[in-house]
Design a protein around this ligand. Structure first.
Ligand code: NAD
Ligand code: ZN
Length: 363
């Protein structure tokens, strides 16, 4: 097992927590014991993950004399809402859970976001542990403390910053993850290399086949390095004023793709892959990176089986959708662009002509 320590050294929060990464950690419930203050724990999961992993986790906790009960939610992004959040509160109140009862999120990003928000709100805050089971959740959503739900008028619009006590990443759970979900997670991993670590990007070029084959050693390294990069960026800037925005490479374009196509048609990671290629194309037009750089990036996404072109929709619709993005400030779109492979920066003064060229070329 390997561990990454997330150190939060920001005015609002000064503490740290561990991310443990390894095989078959679900059966090693003793790893959770230091973070369970009482003798009970609530496990929040969904109808897809429960039959696969719930018994294993409950059994391991029972062996450690921890009594558990499960809250099994419907599966899907469309359930990341108030009604489902209330199902969690109903169960917690029904079981008379106290302030010491931790909530354990067993699932992908949807379960992690819902459970974290429930943990932040229930009795004004109860302990929260993440056991992410998708690659995206293991490298992205379980790190950084963003929790929340969707509103009919916007995704992730209601939420709180709430940090887990521990993240337990059992790579064995990836064995059952559909290929398409795995590739969507790889898109975010590639993003980390692009924004922060050229050597990691080169490593990914060398090891992409091992990752697609779910080779444990390669996967553990990719997850660890991704968590380190995200933790480093987040610890510098928990609330997204500067550095944290770099994590949105490809996301302004990506969200526009998700918004115009309707959620669920493109997976988030797929939209991020195509969006990152758009950001790379724009970076090249501004002469920050070379065409060889763009070709390298394109080749890696292609090899990972990810889209490298956005859907064929009019540039005007892309622009409208980008204006709706949460990150737009005073009507100005702030783009995350590449200075080179391994370094990104924010740019709010992209000439409209160049943007238009990108939007018409990269579809
Ligand atoms: P998800 O949670 O919907 O999981 C994808 C699918 O895989 C679901 O059907 C799920 O039941 C299934 N699944 C999960 N683990 C499995 C396993 N081991 N085997 C088989 N099937 C499994 O999607 P996701 O991609 O994990 O997360 C997306 C969500 O995360 C979005 O709601 C997004 O807004 C959120 N997110 C949050 C942050 C953050 O910082 N909090 C960051 C990125 C994304
Ligand atoms: Zn993302």
């Amino acid at each position: 097992m390997e561990s990454v320590q997330v150190i939060l050294d920001i005015p609002t929060e000064k503490r740290s927590y561990d991310i443990h990464i390894g095989q078959d950690l679900l059966s090693q419930a003793e790893l959770l014991l230091p973070y369970l203050s009482g003798k009970r724990a609530a496990i929040v999961t969904n109808t897809t993950i429960a039959p696969l992993y719930l018994d294993k986790l409950r059994h391991a906790l029972t062996e450690q004399k921890i009594e558990t009960f499960a809250i099994i939610l419907p599966d899907g992004e469309q359930y990341k809402n108030w009604e489902t959040l209330n199902l969690i509160f109903d169960a917690l109140l029904g079981h008379r859970c106290e302030r010491t009862t931790p909530l354990i999120a067993l699932g992908g990003g949807v379960i992690g976001d819902l459970t974290g928000f429930a943990a932040a709100c229930y009795l004004r805050g109860v302990p929260f542990i993440q056991i992410p089971t998708t690659l995206l959740a293991q490298v992205d959503s379980s790190v950084g403390g963003k929790t929340g739900i969707n509103h009919p008028l916007g995704k992730n619009m209601i939420g709180a910053f709430y940090q887990p006590r521990l993240v337990l990443t059992d790579t064995t759970t990836l064995d059952t993850l559909p290929d398409r979900e795995l590739r969507a997670g790889i898109a975010e991993i590639i993003k980390y290399g692009l924004i922060h670590d050229a050597d990691f990007f080169a490593w990914l070029e060398q090891h992409i086949q091992q990752l697609l084959a779910r080779d444990f050693t390669a996967m553990r390294y990719a997850i660890r390095r991704s968590c380190e990069i995200k933790a480093e960026i987040v610890s510098l800037d928990e609330r997204e004023s500067g550095m944290r925005a770099l994590l949105n490479l490809g996301h302004t374009f990506g969200h526009a793709i998700e918004n115009t196509m309707g959620y669920g048609i493109w997976l988030h990671g797929e939209a991020v892959a195509a969006g990152t290629l758009m950001a790379a194309d724009l970076s090249q037009r501004l002469q920050f990176i070379t065409s060889q750089d763009v070709t390298r990036i394109q080749h890696l996404f292609e090899t990972a089986g990810l889209p490298t072109k956005g859907p064929r929709i009019a540039a005007k619709r892309y622009l409208e959708a980008m204006q709706l993005d949460k990150k737009v400030k005073d009507g100005t779109i702030r783009f995350v662009l590449l200075d080179r492979i391994g370094q990104a920066s924010i740019n709010s003064s992209v000439p409209a002509m160049l943007l238009l060229e990108t939007l018409t070329t990269c579809i």
